[in-house]
Design a protein around this ligand. Structure first.
Ligand code: SER
Length: 320
C-alpha cells in the first residue's frame, strides 16, 4: 500500500482527539501529524501548533511532510460562534480557503471537511431532512458550513480537489468533551450521571435533535475517505444520521441505568432558538447508496457504552 501522510487541523477538539487515534491506527502514528491552535498532549502522537489562518505555516507543514490527506476540523461551533460573528466567519472560512488553496497548489490527494446539521435552517423540512433541500442557516457557524460546502464543491468542479464532507449531527462520545455547541448537553449529561450528580439541561425537554455516537461518526469519516472516487457523487456534503432523541428521552435512557438520576430543564434562549432552527431527523440514504453507510448505535446501545466507559474513567481517576 502506498504511504499516506495525514495532516489534521483542530486535532485537540472533540472529534480531532478521537479521529487522530483512529487515523494513527490505520496509517501508523509516524504518518499522522496532529495540529491545533493550542499545544495538544496526545500520547505517542506527532503534534504541532498551527493557526489555520497562517497559510505560510500550513504550506510548510504540507510540503515538509508530503501530506497526502488533510482532515480540516478546526472551526468555531454554533453557540460560541454567535459571541463574535465576524471573527467566527473569518476563522471558519479563511481556514477552509487556506486548506483548499494548499490542496490545489500542492496536489494534496484528499481533503475531509465536516459540515453539520447547522447548515440547515428554519425553512428546511425538519423530519427526515432530504439530501437536497432548502437550507437557510441562521447561525454564523451554519452559514459558514453551508458556504464551505459550496466552496468545497467549487474546488472539486473547477480544480479537481478531491474533497469529501459529512453533515455531522451532534456527536456524543466518552473520550473527549465538546465545546461551544448546541448539542453539547448530550455529552455532559452522561458525565454528571456517572458521577452521581444532578444535571440541568440547557434545552427544553422535547427538543429533538439528530445525534450520532462518536464510534459511528469516526467510522463514517473513514469509510467516506476510503471509498473509491467514482462512488462519491456528492461533493458539497453527505447527510449523515445516527439517531434522534430529545432531552427527555436521553434522561429516560440514563434512568434505566441510574434510577436515582435527576435532570431539570432550563432552556437557554440562544441554544434553544438554534436547536429549533435545525432538523429533528435526517435522511442519509444517499450515503448508504453511495458508500454503504449504516450506523451501529441507537440511544440504548450508546447509553450502555457511554456509562460503561465513563465508569472506568472515573473509577480510574478515583483510584489514581
Ligand atoms: N454539534 C454542533 C453544534 O452544536 C453541530 O454541528 O454546534
Amino acid at each position: 500500500m502506498r504511504k499516506e501522510s495525514i495532516l489534521i487541523t483542530g486535532a485537540g477538539g472533540q472529534i480531532g482527539t478521537v479521529l487522530t487515534k483512529a487515523l494513527q491506527e490505520k496509517y501508523g502514528a509516524e504518518n499522522v501529524l496532529a495540529t491545533d491552535l493550542r499545544e495538544i498532549k496526545l500520547p505517542n502522537t506527532r503534534t504541532d501548533t498551527l493557526n489555520v489562518l497562517d497559510k505560510d505555516r500550513m504550506t510548510e507543514l504540507v510540503v515538509e511532510n508530503r501530506v497526502t490527506q488533510i482532515y480540516h476540523l478546526a472551526a468555531i461551533l454554533s453557540a460560541k460562534g454567535e459571541e463574535k460573528p465576524r471573527f467566527t466567519w473569518n476563522i471558519n472560512m479563511e481556514g477552509l480557503f487556506n486548506v483548499l488553496d494548499i490542496a490545489r497548489d500542492h496536489k494534496v490527494e484528499k481533503i475531509f471537511h465536516p459540515s453539520s446539521i447547522a447548515a440547515f435552517g428554519p425553512d428546511t423540512p425538519r423530519e427526515n431532512t432530504p439530501q437536497v433541500t432548502p437550507a437557510t442557516p441562521t447561525t454564523v457557524y451554519g452559514i459558514s458550513k453551508m458556504a464551505g460546502e459550496f466552496w468545497g464543491n467549487y474546488y472539486f468542479l473547477r480544480y479537481g480537489v478531491d474533497i469529501r464532507s459529512l453533515r455531522y449531527p451532534g456527536i456524543i462520545g466518552h473520550r473527549s468533551l465538546p465545546g461551544g455547541g448546541t448539542t453539547d448537553y448530550a455529552v455532559h449529561i452522561y458525565h454528571s450521571a456517572v458521577k452521581g450528580e444532578d444535571f440541568e439541561v440547557f434545552l427544553s425537554e422535547n427538543t429533538s435533535l439528530p445525534m450520532i455516537y462518536m464510534d459511528d461518526a469516526i467510522r463514517a469519516t473513514l469509510e467516506l475517505m476510503e471509498a473509491p472516487k467514482e462512488k462519491i457523487t456528492i461533493r458539497d456534503s453527505y447527510n449523515l444520521a445516527g439517531m434522534t432523541f430529545s432531552p427527555a428521552e436521553i434522561v429516560a435512557s440514563i434512568k434505566r441505568e441510574f434510577p436515582e438520576f435527576k435532570a431539570t430543564y432550563k432552556s437557554n434562549p440562544l441554544r434553544q432558538s438554534i436547536a429549533e432552527s435545525w432538523p429533528k431527523s435526517i435522511d442519509d440514504s444517499k450515503a448508504t447508496e453511495d458508500w454503504g453507510w449504516q450506523p451501529n448505535y441507537d440511544l440504548e446501545k450508546m447509553t450502555k457504552d457511554m456509562i460503561m466507559n465513563l465508569r472506568k474513567k472515573y473509577s480510574l481517576k478515583q483510584s489514581a
